[in-house]
Design a protein around this ligand. Structure first.
Ligand SMILES: Nc1ncnc2c1ncn2[C@@H]1O[C@H](COP(=O)(O)OP(=O)(O)OP(=O)(O)O)[C@@H](O)[C@H]1O
Length: 347
């Protein structure tokens, strides 16, 4: 795919430096993920022209936009908190971009009404933002961003302000709009589900740098940082591979069915950890004494945290929790089958 957007974004601030390269193809949606303060919003604002670059460049459709002002970038933005103009009705909010691009009032209203209809809000043209629900306001914000016919659509946590149910519906709707959008889309999100449902490719940034990128399946199978591992819900360790065994810094070792030599990651899902009241018989590999430190609800199951030679998360059923008499401080044995751990090169 030829890149519609190609950028290197360098933003230098006191105590923080963003330096990331991004490419997004026509029709492609890329999710930018990362922990708080990683620089996601800064990257998005730099692409929109709202935050000046200290270095690097932005090209869209082969044109250098680095010194083009925001209103001349053909970029549509949906901010985290919608930022609709409170004093304008839905139609005028959506018509704002086309008006600024020089379309006359009547023409801009026609564009606005068409977009409001497309996002399912025909009949809401005269409503003010305060008379819209969160989900409706989000749709107006999306219509407003798309009404400028953007080559680049930027979405900053577009579903964050919605309650769980509205979020589910709006996510599905947004997916339809994104797949119909011929331009490039960059989506900033904290939520791995948004990324999985909405994006073709993920770029993970931490502390202003790209730490991992690729399709969701690859990233989920082979996380490379603690943040990514937590995002995909895996226990992740780094050590030295020696055949099937990965030796961890504290002296503990994990056995996998994969073979890896040298600097290596080893990962397993919380659901792969089995807990026993006593040392289990049979295979001594991947078995260790552990102390339970925390219990949280996790969907229908419980997620527990275990201290020991390695700190891990384990998922167990409520029935097993009762049987094992789980409470903080409880001493147990943990086990993971070699077949359920994955080992892969770290460098
Ligand atoms: N206007 C600003 N002036 C100075 N520093 C800022 C400004 N905005 C953000 N920062 C700092 O820049 C860094 C990156 O912030 P940014 O908002 O881009 O992160 P983020 O990944 O979007 O975080 P979050 O997920 O919390 O929104 C942080 O250290 C933040 O404190």
């Amino acid at each position: 795919m030829t890149a519609l957007l190609a950028a290197r974004l360098v933003v230098q601030r006191d105590g923080f430096r963003l330096d990331v390269e991004l490419t997004v193809g026509a029709g492609e949606t890329v999710a930018l993920l990362g922990p708080n303060g990683a620089g996601k919003t800064t990257a998005l604002r730099a692409l929109a022209g709202l935050t000046p670059l200290s270095g690097g460049f932005v090209t869209l459709d082969g044109r250098d936009l680095t010194s083009t002002p925001p209103e001349r970038r053909r970029v549509g933005v949906v901010f985290q908190d919608y930022l609709l103009f409170p004093h304008l009705n839905a139609r005028d909010n959506v018509a704002f971009g086309p008006r600024r691009q020089g379309v006359d009032r009547r023409g801009a209203h026609a564009v606005a009404d068409r977009w409001l209809e497309r996002v399912g809000l025909a009949g809401y043209e005269r409503r003010k933002p305060r008379d819209l629900s969160g989900g409706q306001a989000q749709r107006v914000a999306l219509a407003r961003a798309l009404a400028v016919d953007p080559r680049l659509l930027l979405l900053d946590e577009p579903l964050a302000a919605l309650d769980a149910r509205t979020r589910l519906e709006t996510r599905a709707e947004l997916r339809r709009h994104l797949s119909a959008h011929p331009g490039a889309t960059l989506l900033v999100t904290h939520d791995p589900l948004d990324a999985l449902v909405l994006a073709d490719r993920l770029v993970v940034i931490e502390d202003g740098r790209v730490v991992q990128e690729g399709d969701a399946a690859t990233i989920m199978a082979r996380p490379r940082t603690d943040y990514v591992a937590q995002l995909v819900g895996l226990n992740l360790f780094r050590g030295r591979g020696d055949g099937h065994v990965v030796h961890l810094p504290g002296g503990f070792a994990l056995t996998a069915t994969d073979v890896v030599d040298g600097d290596a990651f080893v990962a397993f899902a919380p659901a792969a950890v089995a807990l026993h009241p006593r040392r289990p018989d049979g295979s001594p590999r991947n078995t260790w004494p552990a102390v339970l430190t925390d219990i949280q609800r996790h969907g229908d199951n419980l997620r527990v945290r275990l201290d020991g030679p390695i700190v891990v998360a384990a998922d167990i059923t409520p029935a097993a929790a009762t049987y094992l008499d789980l409470q903080p401080g409880r001493e147990l044995w943990a086990a993971v089958k070699a077949g359920e751990t994955r080992a892969y090169p770290a460098s």
